[in-house]
Design a protein around this ligand. Structure first.
Ligand code: ADP
Ligand code: MG
Length: 580
């Protein structure tokens, strides 16, 4: 093929591929533009996961009539003028790429009005202006994006389910609501308002709106400034401000860390690591902190031009920023925290199931032999090791509990040691699956319906899995923006902290394909109410547990594939005592 320069439409689509990955990327760019325009109110509206429609309305400075079309030219920006400016960026946008990229992959309408100028309406299809007229509007801008990726079917295929895209949009808006407490944000999904912040400038209020009262009540203020003086460069500082959750509000995932560098929402591994480090020794393993931190550094010390979506940054002096963040958070925790109480003994079980599954390696040959797992290849059992366990368990006589973790029992062919948590998880797992398949889920109605508050991101997922949860025995209905009314819960979860379980489940579902939701639900319900390691059991409780385990069709492994039971038979004991 001969070499030729690509036409504009192709160039724009290639560039759009980098900037516009999914509906949430469009929302992010439009919200950033509204913030750069000095808006005090920003409202975001989406339907169909953002594919059908995204509308962002702001009351910022607006675009002068004469410049509206220009804004859609590639590399047209009002924010920088020369290469030197790239090293001293004070706005969120600077490349002049977002609007042309969006227009290349969707239909766009703009209604805008700058100070002292007439309002303007333009409509673009395939990046080409097909309609332009004067139209009245108060100062500000409304941009409507419809049919996203309709002309790029390959992109559409990569999108996840609608609830997943909704949750990404909710997350993007939530992050900027946290970064700009002085701006009032509204998010409306399918006609329902799911987030509203007052814009009164109080971070704690934004945290309350985004994460709910339970988290907001346990946030500690962070404020620390490192002053530096470098010869020849004068004085400068790194400032870390925001809030960090008390250690007991640890979450199962890392999705609760928000970083803003000079108020730009970024993801950065060094920053996450610095915060996690600050909680060392204060938080259970497997838990992750909640934090909202704004890091202010001199603009020339941070490169924001390293990522197509500007969502990553590079610090000139990374170790220094790491130390500043770690110290600031640690200081907040240590100076304001009440005496830490880590009373949940089951730290090892704190990681979410999918994570644990990855950590679990297939049993080694000798474990196969001990547990008699059905997968043990023939001939791998070392000489003299016990016979495999029978598929179903023999009747066992419970002897007692050791380390508050294991039940010791005697069977016809040796000594059995049962992992109480793993065994109970297996029992519950089978029960949940069986009851649901037979449509015989036992539910317990609550005396008073309980209200149950979620983050916008969780609420988006919740709205789309109400029916699935109902099949597992959770009777829930929407009750306001992000609140749900709980009328009944499955008996299996009734005595348990089902609210915490549901929140963790919703967090876990947001990154998952819909086809895996059911599996995740079963695993969460089974795991959460299960007897924990470290829990003392009465003789009756142990006997009941062993009886139930005997009745499960597959008693030897927990749902994650780890053994529930190991056996030491006579020959094993005899060898141990030098009799064999
Ligand atoms: P960038 O933000 O990098 O400058 P964009 O393509 O996002 O590039 O926007 C191009 C220009 O359009 C901006 O520089 C700005 O002047 C103008 N603009 C875009 N959105 C808005 C808005 N909501 N309010 C005012 N001006 C806007
Ligand atoms: Mg922009």
């Amino acid at each position: 093929m001969t070499i030729k320069i690509l036409d504009n439409d192709t160039i724009n689509q290639i560039a759009a591929g980098e900037v516009v990955e999914r509906p949430a990327s469009v929302v992010k760019e439009l919200v950033e533009n509204a913030l750069d325009a000095g808006a005090a109110q920003i409202s975001v509206e989406i339907t169909g996961g953002g594919i059908n429609l995204i509308r962002v309305t702001d009351n910022g400075g607006g675009i002068p009539a004469a410049e509206v079309e220009l804004a859609f030219q590639r590399h047209a920006t009002s924010k920088i003028t020369n290469p030197k400016d790239l090293h001293n960026i004070h706005s969120l946008g600077f490349r002049g790429e977002a609007l042309p990229s969006i227009a290349a992959v969707a239909d766009v309408e703009v209604l805008t009005c700058g100070a002292g100028s007439a309002g303007t309406y333009i409509r673009l299809e395939s990046g080409v202006v097909i309609q332009k007229q004067t139209q009245a509007r108060a100062q500000g801008t409304t941009i409507t994006v419809s049919g996203l990726f309709r002309r790029v079917p390959a992109r559409l295929k990569f999108l996840k389910s609608m609830p997943t895209e909704n949750s990404h949009v909710a997350n993007a808006v939530s992050q900027y609501a946290l970064a700009f407490p002085e701006v009032s944000f509204t998010l409306t999904v399918e006609g329902k308002q799911t987030l509203h912040t007052a814009g009164k400038g109080k971070l704690l209020e934004s945290i309350l709106d985004v994460y709910g009262a339970e988290i907001a009540a346990r946030m500690l203020p962070v404020a620390r400034r490192e002053d530096r003086w470098k010869s020849g460069q004068g004085a400068s500082s790194i400032e870390v401000a925001g809030m960090a959750g008390a250690p007991e509000v640890g979450r199962a995932g890392r999705g609760y860390l928000s970083f803003f560098v000079n108020r730009r929402w970024v993801t950065n591994r060094v920053l996450s690591y610095a915060v996690e480090e600050a909680y060392t020794g204060l938080m259970m393993t497997g838990r992750h902190p909640v934090a909202v931190l704004d890091i202010t550094v001199p603009p020339e010390e941070v490169d924001v031009n390293i990522h197509p979506a500007k969502s990553e940054v590079k610090f000139r002096n990374e170790p220094e920023v790491f130390r500043a963040v770690q110290k600031a958070v640690r200081q907040a925790l240590v100076s304001q925290m009440p005496v830490p109480q880590i009373d949940e003994p089951s730290a090892a079980y704190a990681a979410p199931p999918s994570h644990r599954q990855q950590m679990w390696n297939p049993p080694r040959a000798e474990e196969h032999a001990l547990t008699g797992a059905k997968t043990a290849p023939p001939g791998t059992a070392p000489l003299g090791t016990p016979q495999p366990l029978l598929a179903s368990l023999p009747v066992l006589r419970v002897i007692g509990q050791v380390m508050n973790c294991y039940i010791v029992a005697e069977g016809p062919d040796g000594l059995y040691i049962i992992d109480q948590h793993a065994a109970h998880e297996r029992i519950r797992y089978d029960r949940v699956i069986r009851e649901r398949a037979q449509r015989s889920v036992k539910v317990q109605g609550l005396l008073e319906p309980a209200t149950f508050e979620l983050t916008p991101r969780q609420a988006a997922i919740m709205n789309s899995c109400l029916k699935d949860l109902a099949e597992f025995g959770f009777t829930l209905e929407p009750f306001g923006e992000k609140t749900f009314l709980v009328r009944a819960v499955p008996v299996t979860s009734a005595g348990d902290n089902w609210a915490g379980m549901l929140r963790e489940l919703l967090d876990a579902l947001s990154g998952e394909a819909r086809s895996r939701w059911e599996e995740k639900m079963v695993a969460s319900i089974a795991c959460h109410g299960a007897i924990k390691s470290g829990q003392a059991l009465s003789d009756d409780e142990m006997r009941a547990l062993v009886r139930q385990l005997e009745e499960t069709p597959d008693p030897h492994t927990c749902p994650h594939g780890r053994p529930t039971i190991i056996r030491l038979d006579r020959s094993h004991l005899e060898r141990g005592f030098g009799r064999g």
